[in-house]
Design a protein around this ligand. Structure first.
Ligand code: IMP
Length: 205
């Protein structure tokens, strides 16, 4: 059971499991279930991505007695001492839109650039990070991490993806932002893709 009620996340993860060859012990496809409405959202108040993924997976496994999977992810920016980090979804305030969060990030970097010595320009280095926790009802857990390094560009570009994708240019790419890539291209280098591949390896795939 996935610690998200979002059908898109359920479909994406089911497809990824199939693609990575992750199956049930008898070889049949893993049947991934969305979190039922009866299980409330947990308060994600840990200070790390792993901590928040553990909170979500543990609460779901306890409430449903199913094997639970939870992910938590976000953006860390070097010049901002790792912000927005675990606050990525609400950087511009509780319930803020993706666009408001992204505009706040650009204006924070502009503010630092205005204050900086021109001989030492502000670094725009950043990383997307993802933690995935798989938890059994008896408390056994597997944890997988993934990250992707890149830089925050000056102007948003592209309309695919979500969140900070329009301002993130991965170092391993060709200069395009994540929002200018197909979902498959993004998944092949993204933090979430790497975490899922690490999880698959721990499951013997
Ligand atoms: P979640 O843990 O997957 O819900 O992600 C938390 C927040 O981190 C999102 O609301 C986005 O702002 C940001 N984020 C995480 N992963 C990505 C990504 O792949 N692209 C863009 N933004 C992301």
């Amino acid at each position: 059971m996935l610690a998200s009620a979002n059908p898109k996340k359920v479909a994406e993860l089911s497809a990824t499991f199939l693609g990575l060859g992750i199956t049930a012990p008898d070889g049949s496809p893993v049947e991934l279930l969305p979190r039922p409405d009866s299980v409330a959202d947990v308060i994600e108040d840990a200070d790390s991505f792993v901590g928040n993924a553990r909170l979500k997976a543990a609460a779901l496994a306890l409430a449903t007695a199913e094997v639970a999977i939870a992910d938590d992810s976000g953006l860390t920016v070097d010049a901002l001492d790792g912000a927005p980090g675990v606050y990525s979804a609400r950087y511009a305030g509780e319930g803020a839109s993706d666009d408001a969060n992204l505009q706040k990030l650009l204006s924070e970097l502009d503010r630092l650039a205005d204050l900086a010595d021109p001989a030492h320009p502000v670094s725009r280095a950043a990383q997307f990070r993802c933690a995935i926790v798989l938890r059994w009802p008896d408390g056994f857990e597997l944890c997988a991490l993934g990250s992707v390094a890149g830089r925050i560009c000056e102007q948003p570009a592209g309309s695919a993806g979500f969140g900070y994708d329009p301002v993130f240019v991965p170092d391993l790419g060709d200069g395009r932002t994540f929002a200018q890539m197909s979902p498959e291209e993004k998944q092949s280098i993204s933090h979430r893709g790497e975490a899922l591949r690490n999880l698959a390896a721990q499951l013997g795939h």
